[in-house]
Design a protein around this ligand. Sequence first.
Ligand code: ADP
Ligand code: MG
Length: 242
Amino acid sequence: MALVEISDVHKSFGPVHVLRGVSLEIEEGEIVTIIGRSGSGKSTLLRCLNGLERIDGGEIRVEGKRVHADMPDLREFRQRVGIVFQAYNLFPHLTVERNITLAPVLTGKIAKAEGRKLAREVLERVGLADKIDAYPERLSGGQQQRVAIARCLAMAPHLMLFDEVTSALDPELVGEVLKVMEEMARQGMTMVLVTHEMGFARQVATKLVFMHQGTVWEQGPPAELFANPRTPELKSFIGSIR
Ligand code: ADP
Ligand code: MG
Protein backbone atom coordinates (compact mmCIF):
# COMPACT_ATOMS: atom_id res chain seq x y z
CA MET A 1 0.00 0.00 0.00
CA ALA A 2 1.32 3.44 -0.94
CA LEU A 3 1.50 6.14 1.75
CA VAL A 4 -0.77 8.36 -0.34
CA GLU A 5 -3.37 7.04 -2.78
CA ILE A 6 -5.27 9.62 -4.78
CA SER A 7 -7.88 8.09 -7.08
CA ASP A 8 -9.97 9.96 -9.61
CA VAL A 9 -10.36 13.07 -7.47
CA HIS A 10 -12.72 15.78 -8.66
CA LYS A 11 -13.11 19.25 -7.20
CA SER A 12 -15.11 22.23 -8.42
CA PHE A 13 -15.45 25.76 -7.17
CA GLY A 14 -18.95 26.70 -8.28
CA PRO A 15 -19.02 26.18 -12.02
CA VAL A 16 -15.22 25.87 -12.27
CA HIS A 17 -14.18 22.23 -12.54
CA VAL A 18 -10.64 22.48 -11.15
CA LEU A 19 -9.56 18.89 -10.48
CA ARG A 20 -10.80 16.59 -13.22
CA GLY A 21 -9.95 13.08 -12.16
CA VAL A 22 -6.57 13.28 -10.50
CA SER A 23 -4.92 9.96 -9.67
CA LEU A 24 -1.52 9.68 -8.05
CA GLU A 25 0.32 7.35 -5.70
CA ILE A 26 3.12 8.39 -3.38
CA GLU A 27 5.31 5.86 -1.61
CA GLU A 28 6.88 6.46 1.77
CA GLY A 29 10.12 8.43 1.42
CA GLU A 30 9.31 9.77 -2.03
CA ILE A 31 10.02 13.37 -2.99
CA VAL A 32 7.36 14.43 -5.46
CA THR A 33 7.52 17.73 -7.28
CA ILE A 34 4.42 19.02 -8.98
CA ILE A 35 4.85 21.43 -11.86
CA GLY A 36 2.37 22.99 -14.25
CA ARG A 37 0.96 26.26 -15.41
CA SER A 38 -0.77 28.66 -13.10
CA GLY A 39 -4.38 27.58 -12.63
CA SER A 40 -3.76 23.91 -13.40
CA GLY A 41 -4.93 22.89 -9.90
CA LYS A 42 -1.65 22.30 -8.07
CA SER A 43 -2.53 24.24 -4.90
CA THR A 44 -6.04 22.84 -4.86
CA LEU A 45 -4.64 19.31 -4.97
CA LEU A 46 -2.33 19.99 -1.99
CA ARG A 47 -5.20 21.52 -0.04
CA CYS A 48 -7.40 18.48 -0.73
CA LEU A 49 -4.57 16.21 0.36
CA ASN A 50 -4.43 18.05 3.66
CA GLY A 51 -8.20 17.91 4.20
CA LEU A 52 -8.50 21.68 3.80
CA GLU A 53 -10.89 21.34 0.86
CA ARG A 54 -13.90 19.08 0.44
CA ILE A 55 -13.59 16.90 -2.64
CA ASP A 56 -16.59 16.26 -4.89
CA GLY A 57 -15.63 12.84 -6.16
CA GLY A 58 -13.00 10.14 -6.01
CA GLU A 59 -10.98 9.25 -2.97
CA ILE A 60 -7.84 10.26 -1.10
CA ARG A 61 -6.18 7.85 1.29
CA VAL A 62 -3.22 8.62 3.49
CA GLU A 63 -1.74 5.72 5.43
CA GLY A 64 -4.75 3.73 4.28
CA LYS A 65 -7.21 6.10 5.88
CA ARG A 66 -9.76 7.98 3.81
CA VAL A 67 -9.24 11.74 4.03
CA HIS A 68 -12.26 14.00 3.90
CA ALA A 69 -13.24 17.37 5.27
CA ASP A 70 -15.78 15.79 7.66
CA MET A 71 -13.52 13.17 9.18
CA PRO A 72 -13.94 13.24 12.97
CA ASP A 73 -10.20 13.28 13.63
CA LEU A 74 -9.39 15.88 10.97
CA ARG A 75 -7.36 17.93 13.40
CA GLU A 76 -5.21 15.00 14.37
CA PHE A 77 -4.84 14.04 10.73
CA ARG A 78 -3.59 17.53 9.86
CA GLN A 79 -0.85 17.17 12.44
CA ARG A 80 0.50 14.21 10.52
CA VAL A 81 0.39 16.07 7.22
CA GLY A 82 2.26 19.36 7.48
CA ILE A 83 1.73 22.11 4.95
CA VAL A 84 3.87 25.18 4.30
CA PHE A 85 2.60 27.94 2.05
CA GLN A 86 4.21 30.62 -0.06
CA ALA A 87 3.55 33.43 2.39
CA TYR A 88 5.21 32.71 5.68
CA ASN A 89 2.33 32.79 8.10
CA LEU A 90 4.10 33.18 11.39
CA PHE A 91 2.35 35.03 14.21
CA PRO A 92 4.13 38.40 14.33
CA HIS A 93 3.43 39.02 18.02
CA LEU A 94 4.98 35.74 19.14
CA THR A 95 8.65 34.80 19.39
CA VAL A 96 10.05 32.05 17.20
CA GLU A 97 9.86 29.67 20.16
CA ARG A 98 6.19 30.45 20.81
CA ASN A 99 5.35 30.20 17.11
CA ILE A 100 6.79 26.70 17.12
CA THR A 101 5.38 25.47 20.42
CA LEU A 102 1.88 26.94 20.19
CA ALA A 103 0.27 24.05 18.32
CA PRO A 104 2.14 21.18 20.03
CA VAL A 105 1.21 22.59 23.46
CA LEU A 106 -2.41 23.41 22.53
CA THR A 107 -2.98 19.93 21.14
CA GLY A 108 -1.38 18.31 24.16
CA LYS A 109 1.40 16.75 22.11
CA ILE A 110 3.93 18.11 24.59
CA ALA A 111 3.82 19.71 28.03
CA LYS A 112 4.50 23.42 28.17
CA ALA A 113 7.75 22.82 30.05
CA GLU A 114 9.08 20.74 27.16
CA GLY A 115 8.46 23.50 24.65
CA ARG A 116 11.85 25.12 24.60
CA LYS A 117 13.66 21.85 24.12
CA LEU A 118 11.43 20.92 21.20
CA ALA A 119 11.79 24.38 19.64
CA ARG A 120 15.57 24.15 19.91
CA GLU A 121 15.54 20.68 18.36
CA VAL A 122 13.55 21.64 15.27
CA LEU A 123 15.35 24.97 14.90
CA GLU A 124 18.63 23.09 14.79
CA ARG A 125 17.29 21.08 11.88
CA VAL A 126 16.72 24.29 9.91
CA GLY A 127 19.92 25.95 11.11
CA LEU A 128 18.27 28.66 13.22
CA ALA A 129 18.82 27.63 16.85
CA ASP A 130 20.22 31.10 17.61
CA LYS A 131 16.91 32.78 16.62
CA ILE A 132 14.77 31.04 19.24
CA ASP A 133 13.91 34.29 21.05
CA ALA A 134 13.60 36.52 18.00
CA TYR A 135 10.37 37.96 16.65
CA PRO A 136 9.54 37.14 13.02
CA GLU A 137 9.94 40.73 11.81
CA ARG A 138 13.61 40.60 12.74
CA LEU A 139 14.19 37.66 10.41
CA SER A 140 14.79 37.61 6.67
CA GLY A 141 12.16 36.05 4.42
CA GLY A 142 14.30 32.95 4.06
CA GLN A 143 14.69 32.63 7.81
CA GLN A 144 10.95 33.11 8.33
CA GLN A 145 10.22 30.37 5.86
CA ARG A 146 12.70 28.08 7.65
CA VAL A 147 10.90 28.80 10.94
CA ALA A 148 7.60 27.93 9.23
CA ILE A 149 9.17 24.61 8.22
CA ALA A 150 10.49 24.07 11.76
CA ARG A 151 7.01 24.75 13.11
CA CYS A 152 5.68 21.97 10.88
CA LEU A 153 8.45 19.61 11.97
CA ALA A 154 7.51 20.21 15.60
CA MET A 155 4.30 18.29 14.96
CA ALA A 156 6.34 15.30 13.75
CA PRO A 157 4.46 14.94 10.46
CA HIS A 158 4.62 11.78 8.34
CA LEU A 159 4.16 13.76 5.17
CA MET A 160 4.99 17.36 4.30
CA LEU A 161 3.44 19.51 1.61
CA PHE A 162 5.12 22.65 0.29
CA ASP A 163 3.27 25.08 -1.94
CA GLU A 164 5.72 27.36 -3.74
CA VAL A 165 7.55 28.08 -0.51
CA THR A 166 10.40 29.90 -2.26
CA SER A 167 8.36 31.87 -4.79
CA ALA A 168 7.99 35.03 -2.70
CA LEU A 169 11.65 35.14 -1.66
CA ASP A 170 14.41 37.32 -3.00
CA PRO A 171 16.58 35.15 -5.25
CA GLU A 172 19.54 35.17 -2.86
CA LEU A 173 17.36 33.65 -0.10
CA VAL A 174 15.96 30.76 -2.11
CA GLY A 175 19.01 28.53 -1.71
CA GLU A 176 18.94 28.36 2.09
CA VAL A 177 15.31 27.17 2.08
CA LEU A 178 15.95 24.60 -0.65
CA LYS A 179 18.92 23.34 1.32
CA VAL A 180 16.73 22.72 4.38
CA MET A 181 14.23 20.82 2.24
CA GLU A 182 17.00 18.82 0.62
CA GLU A 183 18.29 17.83 4.04
CA MET A 184 14.79 16.74 5.10
CA ALA A 185 14.56 14.67 1.94
CA ARG A 186 17.89 13.05 2.75
CA GLN A 187 16.59 12.14 6.19
CA GLY A 188 13.70 10.26 4.61
CA MET A 189 10.75 12.64 4.99
CA THR A 190 8.03 12.05 2.41
CA MET A 191 7.45 15.34 0.66
CA VAL A 192 5.21 16.80 -2.01
CA LEU A 193 6.29 20.15 -3.41
CA VAL A 194 4.77 22.53 -5.87
CA THR A 195 7.75 24.47 -7.15
CA HIS A 196 9.30 26.40 -10.00
CA GLU A 197 12.76 25.33 -8.89
CA MET A 198 13.63 22.96 -11.70
CA GLY A 199 17.10 22.32 -10.29
CA PHE A 200 15.50 20.91 -7.15
CA ALA A 201 13.02 18.92 -9.24
CA ARG A 202 15.84 17.39 -11.25
CA GLN A 203 18.30 16.70 -8.47
CA VAL A 204 16.22 15.87 -5.40
CA ALA A 205 12.81 14.66 -6.57
CA THR A 206 12.12 10.97 -7.02
CA LYS A 207 9.02 11.71 -9.07
CA LEU A 208 7.96 14.59 -11.25
CA VAL A 209 4.28 15.26 -11.82
CA PHE A 210 3.09 17.59 -14.56
CA MET A 211 -0.41 18.88 -14.00
CA HIS A 212 -2.41 20.24 -16.88
CA GLN A 213 -6.08 21.22 -16.96
CA GLY A 214 -6.78 19.65 -13.60
CA THR A 215 -5.28 16.25 -14.33
CA VAL A 216 -1.95 14.49 -13.94
CA TRP A 217 -0.89 14.86 -17.56
CA GLU A 218 2.49 13.13 -17.18
CA GLN A 219 4.45 11.64 -14.32
CA GLY A 220 7.69 9.77 -13.93
CA PRO A 221 11.36 10.04 -12.98
CA PRO A 222 12.41 13.70 -13.37
CA ALA A 223 15.39 13.03 -15.65
CA GLU A 224 13.20 11.00 -17.99
CA LEU A 225 10.42 13.58 -18.20
CA PHE A 226 12.80 16.47 -18.76
CA ALA A 227 14.70 14.58 -21.45
CA ASN A 228 11.72 12.96 -23.16
CA PRO A 229 8.44 14.74 -22.54
CA ARG A 230 5.81 12.57 -24.22
CA THR A 231 3.17 15.25 -24.70
CA PRO A 232 3.37 18.57 -26.55
CA GLU A 233 1.94 20.25 -23.42
CA LEU A 234 4.86 19.22 -21.20
CA LYS A 235 7.34 19.92 -23.96
CA SER A 236 6.00 23.44 -24.31
CA PHE A 237 5.91 23.94 -20.51
CA ILE A 238 9.55 22.91 -20.15
CA GLY A 239 10.44 25.21 -23.03
CA SER A 240 8.71 28.12 -21.32
CA ILE A 241 10.65 27.84 -18.08
CA ARG A 242 14.13 27.32 -19.48
P1 ADP B 1 -2.40 26.46 -9.32
O1 ADP B 1 -1.94 26.30 -7.91
O2 ADP B 1 -1.97 25.35 -10.24
O3 ADP B 1 -2.01 27.80 -9.89
P2 ADP B 1 -5.03 26.53 -8.15
O4 ADP B 1 -5.25 25.19 -7.58
O5 ADP B 1 -4.65 27.61 -7.22
O6 ADP B 1 -3.98 26.42 -9.35
O7 ADP B 1 -6.32 27.04 -8.89
C1 ADP B 1 -6.94 26.31 -9.92
C2 ADP B 1 -8.23 27.01 -10.32
O8 ADP B 1 -9.14 26.99 -9.24
C3 ADP B 1 -8.06 28.46 -10.70
O9 ADP B 1 -8.90 28.74 -11.78
C4 ADP B 1 -8.51 29.19 -9.45
O10 ADP B 1 -9.02 30.47 -9.79
C5 ADP B 1 -9.59 28.29 -8.93
N1 ADP B 1 -9.73 28.38 -7.46
C6 ADP B 1 -8.81 27.97 -6.55
N2 ADP B 1 -9.25 28.16 -5.29
C7 ADP B 1 -10.50 28.70 -5.39
C8 ADP B 1 -11.49 29.12 -4.46
N3 ADP B 1 -11.30 29.00 -3.13
N4 ADP B 1 -12.64 29.62 -4.94
C9 ADP B 1 -12.84 29.72 -6.28
N5 ADP B 1 -11.96 29.35 -7.21
C10 ADP B 1 -10.80 28.84 -6.79
MG1 MG C 1 -0.80 27.53 -6.66
